[in-house]
Design a protein around this ligand. Structure first.
Ligand code: ADP
Ligand code: ZN
Length: 723
């Protein structure tokens, strides 16, 4: 009889397939292999057949042989179970989850050097606008041809032309250079007594080598990072790996610096901005166990750590841990599951924990470690509301007189201010003064947002851009376009008018699109080269600028307009976090919150500092409504380029809805974002009691539904977005 192996291939459309294992190959569950599929070869992982049933059993005589077995550590059982759990819970193909574990195709093969390219500084003999643009954008970046072309926004051919012309040169890169080992005793801080107690509990949990979900609940500036660093130090001492998850890649660079200051060396970074060679090096070091500490965005969660000892989820309340396409998982929740399968502690650090997490603590499933005070005697900032119905900005302006005065005073003291508005661009809506025409995205149910910095109108959903036209496309009137409402760029204009000498910076994903840009911003803030920051939610997290003493929230009502079940909570978290940037050093901080509803519970909670009653009221409202964490939701999104097909499939799904005790199905109805990237979207919402296995119900329900080729049905389990 042939030896056979069941293999999960990196192709989400396929189930597991069986292969013949020839005698020269040695495989076990978890082995990473290369297998033939039609005329091609694909990477995959050997799986236990009992964990991965196949409905296409092939006789021994028809099996094709495995092409190769990689010389890499097999995926551990704990990771295989996590992949299965994630696929099962989020109703995703296991291969799509596996892809996140084998995240770097180039990591798999043996080559130890690759050729990258970088600008030489020579101007090519024949210059073209494309070439000039490429060289300007590349500065001194390095990478393979495809990466350089992407950075420079030119075709591969332009880069190749520049290589031929000698303006870009090849460099041989050793991709497996070892990473330095962080030193747990490099620069240990003197912890306060509260911090010491908290750190002791965390290090104990690491030493116990057992699953323990722990909420590290500490006010902004209390030293949560310093405290969990002690747990990281304990893991390093034990020779075990740590994974630190951050909500934004913009935060990695400052984190790396801070980590290096504490441990002598930077940790291994994992995020989408890495070059292929860096990904390979990181992946292999993680798989071999050499990378003792990895910091990354949510995709770092599925990497094949050889010997994980600790997981930290920093800013654990952040909604950006929820992935909204592909496998729609929540990295915070999967991190806890990984901790369970690996038998290691999971620390969720936050100053504003999610209601879901608080509830786990209340039920005794998670432990809570508290840091109620700011470190070093720094006080919490004083928060006051500005009632916009009384304290009105001038016409066409957005800063109330009180806020203007406060910025002025802060400038006069040589301190820094932060103005927060969670809206990119200049204005959220552009219309024609003459005929009222509004600029809409052709692909989405969304307005085109004006960006003056780049002189474009852009759709924030699909990325569609167009130059702002001089004449209205509807009535042809010239110069009649008006901007409605403010974005950060418009606030920056107002600031420039009010304080012409102040040095300002706009901080959004448009300006801080890479870790390097974020690092540059931090550097300029620390060097005192910026007086006023105008930023979106990107500046609300993590940063520590001791000279920043004033925070102005331009529109506190903005977050409440969305109206989904977490709107009030999210608003509270966002404003509390941005307020937490003020007065973190020796100087006291002040926060002014502009609102039309100073009596709204969110604003009251912020001003009075009584977060607990606010959370209690929100929690009770959720309990009453059977909303998470007391009940469960799942969104079913049906999309197609054809409206009819989308509607008909959604209706068919609605008609087939099973009657299950404790479960209601709402819809189908057009999604609030009725059109996205050229696809029409219909939504159904499943609401179920907590104990119900909705995934099973949905699997049985959607399995038999016939759908036309162009229709996609996506299930969003525990949704965060209701668009
Ligand atoms: P949080 O993450 O809770 O907002 P941080 O860990 O960023 O707080 O700490 C706030 C600031 O105080 C940081 O600059 C940090 O280095 C400093 N800090 C906190 N605890 C200590 C300590 N024990 N010794 C020295 N500096 C500390
Ligand atoms: Zn669009």
């Amino acid at each position: 009889m042939n030896k056979r192996a069941r293999v999960l291939l990196l192709n989400a459309a396929l189930g597991p397939l069986d292969y013949r294992v020839d005698p020269q190959h040695d495989v076990q569950p978890g082995s990473i292999v290369l297998a033939p599929l039609g005329p091609r070869q694909l990477a995959g992982v050997v799986w236990e057949p009992e964990h991965m049933p196949s409905d296409a059993e092939v006789g021994d005589n028809r099996l094709r042989p495995l092409a190769a077995v990689y010389d890499l550590p097999p995926l551990k059982e704990s990771l295989r179970r996590l992949i299965e759990w994630t696929a099962d819970y989020y109703l995703a193909p296991p291969a799509a989850v596996l892809r996140m574990a084998l995240a770097s195709a180039s990591a798999l093969d043996g080559a130890r050097t690759i050729v990258e390219y970088r600008p030489t500084g020579h101007v090519p003999p024949r210059q073209t606008p494309q070439r000039a643009q490429a060289l300007e954008r590349l500065e001194n970046r390095q990478g393979i041809v495809r990466e350089l072309a992407t950075i420079a926004d030119v075709s591969d051919g332009v880069i190749r032309g520049l290589i031929k012309a000698g303006a870009i040169e090849p460099v041989e890169v050793h991709v497996d250079d070892p990473f330095p080992t962080p030193d747990p005793d490099h620069a240990r801080p003197d912890l306060s007594p509260e911090q010491t107690a908290a750190a002791q509990r965390l290090t104990q949990a690491v030493d116990a080598k057992a699953f323990a979900p722990i909420l590290l609940d500490g006010v902004t500036g209390s030293g949560k990072t310093e405290v969990y660093f002690e747990a990281v130090a304990a893991a390093i001492k034990a020779g075990r790996q740590t994974l630190v998850l951050l909500p934004e890649i913009a935060l990695t660079e400052p984190f790396l610096k801070r980590f290096a200051a504490r441990f002598g060396h930077a940790p291994v970074a994992w995020h989408s901005d890495l070059r292929q060679s860096q990904r390979r090096r990181a992946w292999r070091a993680i798989a071999s166990g050499e990378a003792l500490v990895t910091v990354g965005a949510r995709s770092a969660l599925f990497l094949p750590y050889r010997d994980l000892g600790l997981i930290v989820v920093d800013e654990a309340h952040e909604a950006s841990f929820k992935q909204e396409d592909g496998v729609m998982y929540h990295a915070r929740d999967v991190a806890v599951m990984r901790g369970h399968f690996e038998s290691v502690p999971v620390i969720l650090a936050s100053a504003t924990p999610a209601i879901e997490t608080r509830q786990q603590v209340a039920q005794g499933r998670y432990e809570e470690v508290k840091l109620p005070l700011r470190f070093g005697g720094a006080t919490m900032p004083d928060i006051a509301a500005i009632d916009l119905t009384q304290d009105r900005p001038d016409r066409g302006r957005w800063l109330a007189p009180t806020l203007v005065t406060a910025v002025q005073d802060t400038l006069a003291r040589g301190e820094q201010s932060l103005l927060f508005l969670n809206r990119r661009g200049y204005a959220p809506l552009t219309l024609c003064r003459h005929c009222g025409h509004r600029f809409k995205c052709p692909n989405c149910t969304a307005w085109m947002v004006e960006h003056r910095l780049t002189a474009r109108l852009a759709c924030h959903h699909c990325g569609h851009v167009m130059p702002p036209p001089r004449a209205c496309p509807e009535c042809k009137e010239e110069d009649a376009l008006v901007a409605c409402g403010p974005g950060v760029e418009r606030i920056a204009d107002e600031v420039a008018l009010l304080f012409p000498d102040a040095r300002t910076a706009i901080v959004t994903s448009d300006t801080l699109w890479s870790p390097a840009k974020a690092a540059e911003f931090v550097h300029r803030m620390e060097a005192g080269e910026i007086d006023i920051v105008i930023g979106t939610q990107l500046v609300t997290k993590g940063y520590h600028f001791p000279n920043l003493t004033l925070v102005g929230v331009i529109d506190a009502d903005l977050g409440l307009s969305g109206g989904d079940l977490r709107a009030a909570e999210r608003s509270f978290q966002q404003i509390a976090q941005v307020a937490g940037r003020a007065g973190r050093g020796a100087k006291a901080g002040r926060v002014l919150v502009q609102t039309f509803e100073p009596d709204a519970p969110v604003i009251q909670a912020l001003v009075s500092g009584d977060a607990d009653s606010f959370y209690e009221a929100e929690t009770e409202a959720r309990r009453h409504a059977g909303a998470p964490p007391f009940g469960r939701f799942a969104g079913i999104i049906v999309s197609s380029e054809s409206l009819d097909e989308a509607v008909n499939t959604a209706k068919a799904i609605g008609r087939a809805a099973p009657r299950v005790e404790g479960m209601q199905v709402y819809g189908p109805a057009p999604a609030p974002l009725a059109m996205l990237r050229g696809r029409h979207r219909q939504r159904l919402l499943v609401h179920a009691r907590r104990a119900l296995d909705v995934q099973d119900v949905i699997r049985d329900w959607l399995g038999p539904i016939e759908k036309p080729r162009g229709v996609r049905v996506a299930v969003d389990v525990d949704p965060y977005s209701f668009l």
